[in-house]
Every structure is written in C-alpha cells, then in structure tokens.
Design a protein around this ligand. Structure first.
Ligand code: HEM
Ligand SMILES: [Cu+2]
Length: 524
C-alpha cells in the first residue's frame, strides 16, 4: 500500500455533475442515492396501488382492463418490496452504519457503488416489461407456476431483473457484514453496537442465505419454459407445489428481511424520545437472532391449503406461533423503555409509537393466520392482504419514515418543519387504518385477493378502503414537500439534533461532513 495525501475538502480532479454520482464510492452519497431511489419507487408503487384501489372503489369493471389490473397487483408488490423497502433499509445502512460504528466508510466502497447502480438498471428492465407485447408479469409477486408461465414476451426479462436485484442485495449484504465485522472503532465490541447495526448484521446474513434460493426458483421456471425441464409440471413428473416450497423458503425469511432493520430503528428512536436507555438490550439481540433462526422453519404456513400431511401442518403451525415469543419480548422491551420515561412526541417518536401499536395488530392477525384450520378460511382472502399491510406499511414503512425524520437533520444539516411532519403523521395514521382495517372484514366475509371485480356485498368496505388509500397517498405528498424544503434550508441543526439522542453519529457535525472518522473514535 502506498501512502497518499488526499485533500478531503476540495476533492480536486474528481468528476462533477452526473458523473460524480455515477462513480462515487462515498457511503453518504450512495446512501442518499439509495434513499432517493427508494422514495421514487415508493411513489411509483403507490401510484400502482391507487390504480388498484380506483378499480375496486365500486363493484364491476370500470377503469382498467382485468389483465392490466393483474399486472398492477404484481408490479405493485415487486416495486414496493424490492424497490422501496429494501433499498430504503440499504440506504439507511449505508448512511448510518459507518457513522454508528465509527468507520470512515463501508468496507468495500467500489462494490457499494456497483450494488446501487444495479438497482436502477434492474428496475428499468422490470418496468419496461409493462410495455412489451402481452404486458408485464401478472401472476402475482409469488410467480407461481403454471400461471407465471403464461407471461408473454416479458417472462425472461422479469427473471433477469429478479436476478439483477438479487445480486445487488447480496453485494449490499456482503458490504454490511464486512463493515460491521472489520471496521468498528476500538472499544466497540459486538455487544456495544447500536441495535440498528445488530439488526442489519442479522438481516444481511438472512439475505445472503435466501436471495440465491429465489434466484434458483425463478431459474427453474426459466428452464421449465425454454429448456424442456419439468420441475414444476406434473405432466413431466414434476410438481407445482415444489415451486411453492422453494419460493416460500425464500419468501418467509424475506418478510423478516423487510422488518428486522425496522426493529433496529424503533429500538434507536424510542430511547431517544423517552430519555431512557433501551430496556433489555441483550434480550433484543437474542430475540432478533431467534426470529431470524425461526424464520427458516416456518415457510409452509403460506401453503397450509396445498394438502400437506397433518404432521406438516402441525409443525408449521406451532413453529410459526413460536415466533410470537421473541416478537413479544421486543414489544415488551419497547413499552418498558417508555415506562416512566420523560417522553416527547416529535415526528420520529410518533411514527415509532404508531409502529408499536399497529405492527402488533399485524402480528396478531399473523397469529390468526398461523392457526392451520382457520387459515383454510382466510387463505387468499383480503384478510391476508390486511395482515401483511399492517406489518409492512404501518410496520416497515412507518419505521423508515421514523428513521427519515430522525436522521434528516444529520443528512441535510437542517431541522425539518415539525408542523408539516405532524400533518404528515396524523393524516398517514388515520388514513392507513381507514385503508387497511376494513380489509380484515372483507377477508373474513370471504372476498378473495387479487381480483378486479367483486360481489356486491363487499361494496361498502371497499369504498371505505379506497377512500383511505387516496387519503394515505395524498398524505405522502406532504412528506415529499417537507423533504424538499428541508434539503433547501431551514433551521440549522445542531450536531446532536435530539436532546435525548446517544450514539457516535451525533458526535459529528450536522450535516455530516463528506468524510468522517478518518481517525477512529475510541469507545469506552
Ligand atoms: C407475528 C408474526 C407473524 C405471523 C405469525 C405471520 C403469519 C403469516 C401467515 C400464516 C401467512 C399466510 C397467510 C395465507 O396466505 O393464508 C402470512 C402471510 C404474509 N405475511 Fe405474515 N406473519 C407474521 C409476521 C409478518 C411480518 C413481520 C411480515 C413482513 C414484514 C409479514 C408479511 C407477510 C406477507 C407479505 C404475507 C403474504 C404473502 C403473500 O401471500 O403474498 N408477516 N403471515
Ligand atoms: Cu411467512
């Protein structure tokens, strides 16, 4: 290695304009790109959801052709999962993990650049399929055969896009693990790491374990379609249920990939605004690890109705219920942290509190779905849709919004407008319940999911749900407006923007300079 002197402030000779962003290896630049990309995908996926809710406003077929409706349900899920929630977490990881562990950057900065830039490419391919002959994929985000094999020209492009997105996730995860394990400041032992770092470490291992399984599943679809294999075709000795097993062996850990970093965020924010240290730090770490382990042995709760042997139904039912134990530990710890705390209710705390209440509702409906005989009733109804939107929207998305408010002063150097943020929160929390709570009733009454038309007895709650959908969508525009305002100016943020905050990220100025911790801080 040669020693180089490097002018940190001026960046002489470095590209400017678009090229600067194209070639950047700085974790803060890359973090910002991930976050903005995620916001763009959140708005696009939201627009797709509004197409769905507009069509479902009334019974009958009014606005879109049913085939396009199916493309919207499929693409909405793929865009939200792979484009909005996962990149938002990776953006937060990029920005915050080096700051939280006292590292100058991510361990593998060039790979970091590559992980990000694969994303817009993968999504360009995926979204372009909507304009291909036969349209985009329409068989649901789970891509079950034989239905998925009816996709037109789009078929191989969708599979290629999934591979690209998977590679991006795996590279991002390798980077997170390498950074956490090798770049911690002296004194920062594993059990002193902030919980956001812990939850991400565990998430990264989950991702490396299961993204290849998804890649395998979709590659088998590809060879079934074009190369004469019959993995999933009974006519050739295969079995379509095999696909479901492989997909959900990926799919269930995936839903925890979408929630564990959120747990880390909530465990960071609640202590700050309750002005008390987190209750039960080490039990939080062990609970996260237990959830990650259990997530590998519950997958068939998504397929209780395929005709498994009774022993299988029981195994997957009880193992799924077991997840409620570590999850309960977490909720208990969050509540105990607040107990007798000196709480204030700025936007990050409001979103975190809403998370604790509403994510728990999603956990309870999950437990209902885990009861195998009951799931025969609920499976593939709107009850499932209500369940996963509580855990994903009021869970994952609310945590991401909480994190955005919490660290926005660190990113931009300005305090956001608390007045707009309160509007955003209250509009969001009201409308999101108007949107998703009635879907429980629809599901229990038997309304199937993924349909463009429905029987008239479902009309009232669908209308309510659609009104909630448009309200929630509109509320997010407040956030966009607030964000633009905060980037452009506003009250100067202090290094430690929140009175009760702790952690190394609050030791560096706001906005965080381009390079931080060139000399590692020492953690006692
Ligand atoms: C408290 C723990 C949880 C339990 C017991 C649970 C249980 C279940 C069960 C049994 C199903 C299958 C329902 C059916 O199709 O009939 C399901 C579906 C689903 N869950 Fe959960 N769940 C839990 C937490 C979560 C979390 C944390 C997430 C994501 C952040 C999540 C996301 C989903 C999704 C996306 C589906 C639907 C997948 C699909 O069919 O498209 N769940 N859950
Ligand atoms: Cu699951």
């Amino acid at each position: 290695m040669t020693a180089t002197t490097y002018d940190h402030a001026a960046h002489e000779g470095e590209p400017t304009g678009f090229k600067r962003w194209l070639v950047t290896t700085n974790h803060k630049d890359i973090g910002s790109m991930y976050l903005l990309f995620s916001l763009a995908m959140f708005l696009l996926g939201g627009a797709m959801a509004l197409v769905i809710r507009a069509e479902l406003f009334q019974p009958g077929l009014q606005i879109v052709d049913p085939y396009f409706f199916n493309q919207m349900t499929t693409m909405h899920a793929l865009v939200m999962i792979f484009g909005a929630v996962m990149p938002a977490f990776t953006g937060l990881a990029n920005w915050m993990i080096p700051l939280m562990v006292g590292a100058p950057d991510m361990a593998l900065p060039r790979m970091n650049n590559w992980s990000f830039w694969l994303l817009p490419f993968g999504f360009a391919v995926l979204l372009s399929t909507l304009f291909m002959p036969g349209g985009g994929p329409a068989g649901g985000w789970t891509m079950y055969p034989p239905l998925m094999l009816q996709t037109g020209t789009a078929f191989p492009f969708v599979i290629f896009a999934i591979h690209v997105l998977g590679i991006s996730s795996i590279m991002g995860s390798i980077n997170v693990i390498a950074t956490i394990l090798n770049m911690r400041a002296p004194g920062m032992s594993l059990m002193k790491m902030p919980l956001f770092v812990w939850t991400w470490l565990i998430t990264a291992y989950l991702m490396i374990a299961v993204m290849p399984v998804l890649a395998g599943a979709v590659t088998m679809l590809l060879t079934d379609q074009y190369f004469g294999t019959t993995f999933f075709s009974a006519a050739g000795g295969g079995d379509p249920v095999l696909y479901q097993h492989i997909f959900w062996f990926f799919g269930h850990p995936e839903v925890y990939i979408l929630i564990l970093p959120a747990f880390g965020i909530i465990s960071t924010i609640i202590p700050t605004f309750a002005r008390k240290p987190l209750f039960g730090y080490s039990s939080m770490v062990y609970a996260t690890a237990s959830i990650a382990f259990l997530s590998f042995i519950v997958w068939a709760h998504h397929m209780f109705t395929v005709g498994m042997p009774l022993a299988g139904e029981l195994f997957f039912m009880y193992s799924t219920m077991l997840i409620a134990v570590p999850t309960g530990v977490k909720v208990f710890n969050w509540v105990s942290t607040m107990w007798r705390g000196a709480m204030t209710f700025e936007a990050p705390m409001l979103f975190a509190l809403a998370f604790v209440f509403l994510f728990t509702i999603g956990g309870f409906s999950g437990l209902m779905l885990a009861i195998a005989p009951a799931d025969f009733q609920y499976h593939d109804t709107y009850f499932v849709v209500a369940h996963f939107h509580y855990v994903l929207v009021t869970g994952a998305v609310f945590a991401i919004l909480a994190a955005a408010y919490y660290w926005m002063p660190k990113w931009t150097g300005h305090m956001y407008s608390e007045r707009l943020a309160q509007w955003h929160f209250w509009m969001s929390v009201i409308f999101v319940n108007v949107l998703f709570f009635p879907q429980h009733f629809l599901g229990l009454a038997g309304m199937p999911r993924r349909i463009p038309d429905y029987s008239v007895q479902f009309a009232d709650w669908n209308m309510v749900s659609s009104i909630g959908g448009f309200g929630f969508g509109f509320a997010q525009l407040i956030f966009v407006w607030l964000l633009i305002k905060c980037i452009r100016g506003g009250q100067q943020a202090e290094a430690k923007a929140w009175e009760g905050a702790s952690g190394l990220e609050w030791d560096v100025p706001s906005p965080a300079p381009h390079h931080t911790f060139d000399t590692p801080p020492v953690v006692r």
